[in-house]
Design a protein around this ligand. Structure first.
Ligand SMILES: [Zn+2]
Length: 80
């Protein structure tokens, strides 16, 4: 099997572009999640809960690239 076919249906890795950490130029990432606390007041189940939103962070410095932050969160999360 051709290794380049493994990334996704119909996508050739040669047609993709490299993603680098915006802070340190590292090219490997781990998957993490943003956790949003759901207040009992707005949760249909009536209790506090946590909503995980998947993202990727740099394995070297821990930075989350701007492009991996959901638009809805960009205005609410303070990036240090
Ligand atoms: Zn980094």
């Amino acid at each position: 099997m051709n290794q380049t076919q493994l990334r996704g249906p119909g996508v050739d890795v040669k047609q993709t572009s490299e993603v680098k950490c915006e802070k340190c130029d590292n090219v490997t990432f781990n998957q993490g999640v943003f956790l949003r606390k759901v207040s009992a007041l707005v949760n249909p189940e009536g209790r506090d809960a946590y909503l995980p939103i998947p993202t990727f962070y740099c394995t070297s410095c821990g930075n989350v690239n701007e492009e991996f932050i959901p638009t809805e969160l960009k205005n609410k999360i303070q990036l240090v």
